[in-house]
Design a binder for this molecule. Structure first.
Ligand SMILES: [Zn+2]
Length: 242
């Protein structure tokens, strides 16, 4: 490998380490972002469950008031029954009293159902609350891991960036520009090995994209320190002399 290629290889080695660190940090960042969405969803579900409970509670309270009113009416009718003068009046009040009592019984059944519904909804709210706490704890843990990773990578990243600048400075501008362009495209994978595809014939291909390479280009690589890029993928080719 010639000097220019060797300089590119050094730069690539550094670049690949930087790309790897960035990838690890991005994965942690995405994990924390996804978890923040999950927490928000759990919080929304909790708000809905609370609202639902509140509505049932309001319905229950209103029914309770209504039953109290009817019970008071029943006892007024009972008092009235004792003071009626005629049989006809007695029968009328008694009928009214029985109707009211039947209504009250029906409403009490409904009240009992609502009590059970409220209990069930309270349980649902408590469960959703626990789910929110679990998601929040998970988010905190993921953010902690991200912070930790950022801190532990910080020094290494600074060192790599310095090394990268030094290695890039050793390249002529044209090669540097080529490196940046290919690196951008293939996440730091700038160099591609040329491999012989047949043990006895002069047939070669680019190991980066698996496309065949003209024999003259492979020969040029073997004989001179030229920067040759793959016609297909654009990576910088190198060949290992056996
Ligand atoms: Zn290629």
């Amino acid at each position: 490998m010639g000097a220019k290629l060797e300089a590119l290889r050094v730069l690539q080695d550094i670049e690949l380490q930087i790309v790897d660190i960035r990838r690890q940090l991005a994965a942690k960042q995405n994990g924390a972002k996804r978890q923040a969405v999950r927490l928000k969803e759990a919080e929304e579900a909790l708000a809905t469950a609370r609202e639902d409970l509140k509505h049932t509670q309001v319905e229950l309270d209103a029914l309770d008031v209504e039953i109290k009113g009817r019970t008071a009416h029943v006892s007024r009718l009972r008092d009235h029954l004792n003071s009626v003068k005629t049989n006809k009046e007695y029968a009328a009040v008694l009928s009214q009293l029985n109707n009211e009592k039947a209504d009250a019984t029906r409403l009490e059944t409904r009240l009992f159902q609502l009590y059970e519904t409220v209990e069930a909804k309270k349980k649902a709210v408590a469960e959703q609350q626990a789910a929110v706490e679990a998601e929040a704890a998970r988010l905190q843990s993921l953010r902690g891991q991200l912070d930790q990773a950022q801190n532990s990578f910080k020094q290494r990243m600074e060192l790599l960036e310095r090394q990268r600048a030094e290695a890039a400075a050793k390249l002529p501008p044209k090669e540097r520009e080529l490196f940046e362009r290919v690196s951008e495209r293939y996440d730091g994978e700038v160099l591609a090995r040329v491999v012989r595809t047949h043990p006895r014939r002069d047939e070669f291909m680019c190991d980066g994209c698996n496309v065949a390479l003209a024999v003259e280009r492979a020969n040029a690589l073997l004989s001179r320190d030229d920067i040759i890029t793959c016609d297909n993928c654009g990576r910088v080719l190198y060949i290992e002399r056996s």
